[in-house]
Design a protein around this ligand. Structure first.
Ligand SMILES: Nc1ncnc2c1ncn2[C@@H]1O[C@H](COP(=O)(O)OP(=O)(O)OP(=O)(O)O)[C@@H](O)[C@H]1O
Ligand SMILES: [Mg+2]
Length: 145
């Protein structure tokens, strides 16, 4: 299922993240694609809040992965500085997935082949000013949610 959403502020993008959190039960991963400043981290901030986390959410550009505690743990990756799937493997991607945490990754194109079938793919496009267009591609098995 493909869904399109448009937001006009950072707060609206966070609210979209919260609504995705409510529908994320069957997801293992969320793959985020979008330019610098597209709103990837803003979306994850809403997502973590929607899963009951009070932790602060920032781009894990240097740390590669941040973790947020909530009703379900969120592991927030930034793949920007990795050179490919092998690097992601090295940091324990498979273990993060197997742990039951929701694994959310910015710059997913760096390692597209590493995402499991139960991934929600999100493309974000800047459409002038504060407008952002989101394309959400839900996996088949999550459609019943
Ligand atoms: N509709 C919108 N949704 C999200 N952010 C918006 C929107 N309009 C303006 N902004 C601004 O765009 C920026 C988005 O920053 P954010 O860190 O979420 O982007 P990012 O995609 O994670 O970037 P990076 O690739 O650098 O990690 C913020 O400064 C925010 O205020
Ligand atoms: Mg970011």
């Amino acid at each position: 299922m493909t869904e399109r959403c448009v937001t006009h502020s950072e707060a609206q993008t966070e609210a979209l993240g919260e609504s995705i959190a409510q529908r994320s039960g069957a997801l293992s991963a969320i793959a985020l694609k979008g330019d610098l400043g597209a709103g990837k981290t803003a979306l994850v901030r809403g997502l973590a809040r929607g899963l009951g986390s009070a932790d602060s959410v920032t781009s894990p550009t240097y740390a590669i992965v941040n973790e947020y505690r909530g009703a379900r743990r969120v592991c927030h990756f930034d793949l920007y500085r990795l050179s490919g799937g092998d690097d992601l493997w090295e940091i324990g991607w498979e273990d993060y997935l197997a742990s039951g945490a929701l694994c959310v990754a910015e710059w997913c194109d760096v390692a597209r082949e590493m995402f499991p079938p139960s991934t929600l793919w999100i493309d974000i496009e800047k459409a002038g000013g504060d407008t952002r267009c989101f394309t959400l591609r839900w996996p088949e098995e999550a459609e019943a949610c």
